[in-house]
Design a protein around this ligand. Structure first.
Ligand code: MYA
Length: 248
């Protein structure tokens, strides 16, 4: 048990540094980005990064992706990164597997488990999103295109799917800021419905960090900023990874 905990702790530590440090090269215009990415993922032994553009992304999703991606750190030929406060975060369906030693861990910890938002194979059917963090401003932006399998009220996105995205974005942001965390409290106000198939912006901002507690505010808005769809405040509590093995 103690050996397993040590391995798990080591895996999680490398996982957060792996996620934070993995930077993809900047991509240029929409169509070429998509075909380059498809080719790269075909030939590369690297895990599939679900936050890269695919054929289901609409023009607004691609416009915003290019907008934020162009402001991200670019890797130079020497492997150095140019200073920029923005960084794109990769997204895998089993991040644990891709951390050093993670293949072993992913076999012993629920081997069939997959990240809730990344377990539907058909591109565009459900959660299409990409996250960008701004280290200086301690904020995070997610571009999110909601697919047809996320229907709640006819023609609109299910409130549970919106909550899932808020938890995912703020949870990733909190992990980036504070290391391993769990959501302790999530308060949501749904202000206006989100049309199915549309692209929205999800903004996460750090309010305060107090000891083990990280308080985050979140807004879901139309991409031109004119409509507020949803507001949330979230409390994350830092955990020791043994919390996950022992079940709290
Ligand atoms: C860059 C990285 C990428 C990573 C990729 C990931 C992508 C995916 C991201 C997806 C992310 C998805 C994420 C998910 O979905 S996580 C899944 C949903 N969450 C859970 O299942 C959590 C269940 N709860 C627990 O496990 C425990 O209760 C926790 C761990 C939360 C606290 O139990 P613990 O025994 O450890 O702590 P404590 O009780 O000593 O309390 C400590 C402090 O906290 C305060 N407190 C506690 N609870 C609440 C509450 N409800 N409201 C207000 N305050 C609360 C408490 O008063 C105290 O404050 P103070 O008295 O010290 O001031």
């Amino acid at each position: 048990m103690a050996r397993m905990l040590r391995r798990l702790r080591k895996g999680f530590q490398s996982l957060t540094s792996f996620s934070a440090a993995t930077i993809q090269p900047n991509l240029s215009a929409s169509e070429s980005s998509r075909s380059e990415v498809a080719l790269l993922s075909f030939f590369s032994p690297k895990p599939r990064d679900f936050s890269l553009p695919n054929s289901s992304w609409g023009s607004e999703m691609m416009r915003l992706y290019d907008h934020y991606n162009s402001q991200c750190e670019a890797e130079t030929e020497g492997g150095q990164t140019q200073g920029s406060p923005w960084q794109r975060l990769p997204s895998y369906n089993r991040s644990l597997k891709y951390a050093p030693g993670g293949v072993y861990l992913s076999k012993i910890v629920q081997s069939k488990a997959r990240l809730f938002t990344r377990n539907i194979r058909e591109p565009g059917a459900a959660f299409e999103y990409a996250l960008f963090v701004n280290k200086g401003e301690k904020k995070c932006v997610c571009i999110f295109q909601a697919g047809w399998l996320l229907e709640g009220p006819p023609g609109h996105v299910h409130g549970g799917a919106i909550a899932t995205m808020i938890d995912t974005v703020t949870g990733t942001h909190a992990t980036f800021l504070s290391g391993p965390i769990m959501t302790a409290n999530l308060n949501i106000a749904y202000r206006s419905p989100i049309p199915l198939g549309s692209t929205v912006l999800i903004e996460s901002s750090l309010d305060t960090q107090e000891g083990r507690k990280t308080f985050i505010s979140c807004k879901v808005m139309s991409t031109d900023g004119s409509k507020l769809h949803t507001e949330a405040t979230v409390l994350f509590v830092s955990i020791n990874v043994s919390h996950l093995v022992r079940g709290g």
